[in-house]
Design a protein around this ligand. Sequence first.
Ligand code: FES
Ligand code: FE
Length: 455
Amino acid sequence: APPVNPALSSQLKELSESEGGLLDRRMFFDPEIYKVELERVFARSWSFLCHESQLAKAGDFFSTYIGADAVVVTRQRDGSISAVLNSCRHRGMKVCRADWGNAKAFTCTYHGWSYSTDGSLVSVPSEEYAYYNEIDKSKLGLLRVPQVQSYKGLVFGCFDPEAPSLVDFLGDMTYYLDILLDRVDGGTEVISGVHKWKMRGNWKLAAEQFSGDNYHTISSHISVLLSEFPPEAADAFMNIDGLQINPAEGHGVGVMYSPTGAPFSAGSSEAILRWRDETRQESINRLGKERVEGMSWTHANVFPNFSYLHDSSVLRVWMPKSPTEMEAWSWCIVDKKAPQEVKNAWRTQAIRHFSPGGTWEQDDGENWSYCSGAGGQEGVVTRLSKLHVEMGVGHERSHPTLPGKVGHTYSEQNQRSLYRRWAEFMAAESWKDISVPVRTAEVIDRSDMAKAGES
Ligand code: FES
Ligand code: FE
């Protein structure tokens, strides 16, 4: 891999050593850093690919990306899930041009090479005349993503065969993911259709915000707060209580305690609130009171670029498209066994709040655009001035019951953790130089949900 910008790596070292610090803003627009990042961060991390419910039947596929690499994820006949590079071995045409669907084979539209859904090359047109029957098809299958595993319905892939298992990579993040994935018997599913839109802005700005930035809510989203909540609730937001939790280096979760005692879905429909009440005891039996009643609304990011909002029912991937552009992919996730009326309510709520036309979404996108180039950040003087990420330094603590380091809801401990993890990946020659999170919470295995399994 090309060397990491030396000035940047010393800056990042300082950041990780001082537990606080200043951030080099070139990481939000520099093309050299972006190139290294694709290799060292995205080609080594576990990346969210899709939800298992999108691959219900054999042959079901979903096209997506790991970093800048196009991949297609497919349910095989034996029930396993595999992923291959979506690039023909002949001239590199995309072999699957659909976003999702069901296929018996992927046939390249350029010259007609045809691959089975597990990526093996099965036929080549005019094999006798064009290749004198001398072509070795067994060596020309689509390149496979070597590791594909799922956690309670979420399918992830990793290009690095040396990477630890998905649950090891997640560490204690699973404890918080369970609030979203494991509330009720039967788990979750996603509502068909993925919203995708392009934004100006580096992907890390979105990831860090979902990881730990509750602070922006009171400024960026003030108009939504005032228009959607009763005035006393909007006022209470200004001094809101809650936690930022850093379950393992790189991953971050934020919890808000409702100022009015009402769930944060206060703006949401009766149907959702009723469903929460009906399933409360079941959820408490599965997850304990603290996670069900104390954490009714969480925002989170799984390193590097997979985010979610629990109770707004949104899953996100911030696809890197260039140093200053990303594509947001957004899924609506719901409890599988919820009545249709509740699923519809979640879908409408997700669209209304967090979608290309969503009331909250618009505010964030505009900020990221300005922070990443549109505001003149690349200017010769501006680019050298550092950014401040010191909120809450020295106030992180452990918690009597929750795994991870904990800070006030207005703290940048999760952002610092994300950037330290990023710097660790950027500097490492291989996974031998990257730490594996230490797990303290056990993983609750659910036989009613898909188990993690190798492709
Ligand atoms: Fe796919 Fe030629 S590029 S068959
Ligand atoms: Fe926001």
